[in-house]
Design a protein around this ligand. Structure first.
Ligand code: R5P
Length: 294
């Protein structure tokens, strides 16, 4: 297997190395007129190749991955897998006339560029699987979160999914952490802003909220407001993908959130500096799945 890592993800290199996964040299450069040009310095003929990168903005990321994949296939690669620790565009997963279906669009672009498989962590929804035109392996972070969060919680903590889409991942977490309580969930409404209508199930005074993405923080803020009204005393949050867009998410601290656990699936979180945000490396989880895959 030949592995090509885009520089934003160089922080994953030690985990890859510890599993005996070496990386191959490539460059995506620009001609003076700004056109992309890809150079691969490895013999990939007949090889399985893996690219680690992101489709998140700027759009050049998507183009660079596509061009690299095309270059590998033109050079004889047998199979190209792309590892996208966070699958950007996965929230555009519902067919509505007149609105873009981003997840299908990116998967068609990747497929047309020669990509045969996507590996990601905690895919946003089952709807995504319906629209992705390439086989996808979604790795669950439940066990990783369970082993980290155990430092703060015990078996009597409740688990809350902030919307119906998060129930399955919250249940996986509760099972991995060996918690006693059933998972409760909120019914979420996304209008001009995000708010929650109803708490389904019961939560105690100590609650872990499990979600896939922390974007602006609106969803989690609204969830914490409901928990506050419900007399919850302690809140811990675990999210797979931390975008931390803008400053609004900081309101979470005022709502009693003790700690946020977040994987480093998005390179920018590796620069976050707060004693109340614990960044959990996802490199081992990815490397393990790459070696298991063969
Ligand atoms: C929504 O379906 C997702 O699971 C997240 O809850 C949502 O995308 C988070 O975004 P924000 O933090 O902007 O509310």
């Amino acid at each position: 297997m030949k592995v090509f890592v885009f520089p934003q993800f160089n922080y994953l290199l030690p985990s890859l190395k510890s599993r005996g996964i070496g990386t191959a040299y490539f460059e995506v450069k620009r001609f003076p007129n700004k056109e992309f040009r890809c150079l691969v310095n490895a013999d990939v003929n007949g090889q399985d190749c893996t690219i680690i990168g992101t489709l998140a903005p700027p759009a050049s990321n998507l183009l660079e991955i596509s061009l690299l994949s095309h270059t590998l296939k033109c050079s004889g690669a047998k199979k190209v897998t792309v590892v996208l620790p966070y699958l950007a565009y996965s929230r555009q997963d519902k067919y509505q006339p007149g609105q873009s279906l981003g997840v299908e669009w990116v998967s068609r672009l990747l497929s047309a560029s020669g990509i045969d498989q996507i590996v990601t962590i905690d895919l946003h929804s089952s709807e995504d699987e319906k629209y992705l035109k390439i086989p996808v392996l979604s790795i669950s972070p439940a066990r990783l979160f369970a082993s980290e969060i155990r430092e703060l919680i015990d078996r009597d903590w409740s688990v809350l999914a902030p919307d119906k889409g998060a129930i399955k991942r919250a249940e996986e977490f509760a099972k991995s952490a060996g918690l006693n309580q059933h998972v409760a969930h909120l019914e979420k409404v996304r209008a001009s802003s995000v708010y929650h209508q109803k708490l389904v199930g019961e939560v105690g005074s100590e609650v872990v909220i499990i979600d896939d993405i922390l974007g602006t923080g609106s969803t989690l803020i609204s969830a914490c407001q409901i928990l506050k009204k419900n007399n919850t005393k302690e809140i811990v949050i675990a999210v797979s993908h931390g975008e931390f867009v803008g400053k609004k998410w900081k309101e979470l601290w005022k709502l009693g959130v003790k700690k946020i656990y977040c994987l480093d699936t998005i390179p920018s979180v590796t620069k976050m500096k707060s004693s109340r945000i614990k960044i959990i490396p996802c490199g081992e989880l990815l490397s393990q799945n790459l070696t298991d895959k063969g």
